[in-house]
Design a protein around this ligand. Sequence first.
Ligand SMILES: Nc1nc2c(ncn2[C@@H]2O[C@H](COP(=O)(O)OP(=O)(O)OP(=O)(O)O)[C@@H](O)[C@H]2O)c(=O)[nH]1
Ligand SMILES: [Mg+2]
Length: 299
Amino acid sequence: MSSQTQKAGFVAIIGMPNSGKSTLMNALMGEKLSIVTAKPQTTRKNVSAILSKEHSQIIFLDTPGILRPRYEMQRSMMRFLYESLDAADVISVIWNLEKDGENTELLATRFEFLKNYNVPKVLILNKIDTYKDSKGVLPVIAKFQELGIFADIIPISALKAANTDALTQIFESHLPESEFYYPTDIISTLNERFFVSELVREKIFEQLKEELPYSTEVTITQFKERDANKWFISADIIVEKDSQKGIMIGKGGTMLKRIGAMARKDIEAHLQMPVFLELFVKVRDNWREKPNMLRSLGY
Ligand SMILES: Nc1nc2c(ncn2[C@@H]2O[C@H](COP(=O)(O)OP(=O)(O)OP(=O)(O)O)[C@@H](O)[C@H]2O)c(=O)[nH]1
Ligand SMILES: [Mg+2]
């Protein structure tokens, strides 16, 4: 090992729902760890990812989008967000240029709480690919600079992985000198059950409309690594009402089959293993409000 000092630390990725936090973390990692859908409130728990280089280790914390909680599960989501903020050595705010443009007042109000965190802050202007002319973003950067909150401001496209290497360098520049926190051969501390349940939930978000995805949770009940056979994974899809169960299963089971087929494909790619995936739909009345249910589901 060379004599260059080591830097390491935690970078929280925060922002409004749907701004591209999870897409960004995956782009920075060069690997899909956090699920992404077109719907807001896809991410519900903190998803960590470890990027180890020769002299630096960044632990990214993807977080649920900031919202005003309406039910108990959303309160947990916001608790997770604050845990990430407390752990952060650097806070990065990802801003949806496509939706919120140069609305500095909105940013100043939504992120007023940042003044309580005495760490470097980076503003990431995302979805630059939706701009016809990327030069158009220069006056926007200038406007955000005037807020005086951010050490750096950088336009990127998480979707196209444009400017993400430059962003990693910005993060590295703000990391404290520190020993590495994790071995360099792991990219997350979360277990495979988590990633598998998330991939099933991603398909549910993609396939079902309106409130149903938000009333749904996925929990792994069996996860058997078998030598001679495909790995065996059984998951419960939890919904709130009988009527939702019917929709989730679909006519003749078609919806559940489709979700299972799509999820299995992604799970096999993730685990690099052939998998037998079994899905059951269960009704748990009003689970999003029940502390014990929520606890058992990791909230
Ligand atoms: N055009 C464009 N779309 C993007 C970009 N980054 C993300 N998206 C899209 O924005 C949507 C939301 O992306 P996510 O990564 O799930 O956003 P998020 O901030 O993690 O959302 P929540 O977890 O729901 O808070 C998806 O449809 C992405 O494909 C980008 O740079 N350009
Ligand atoms: Mg997300």
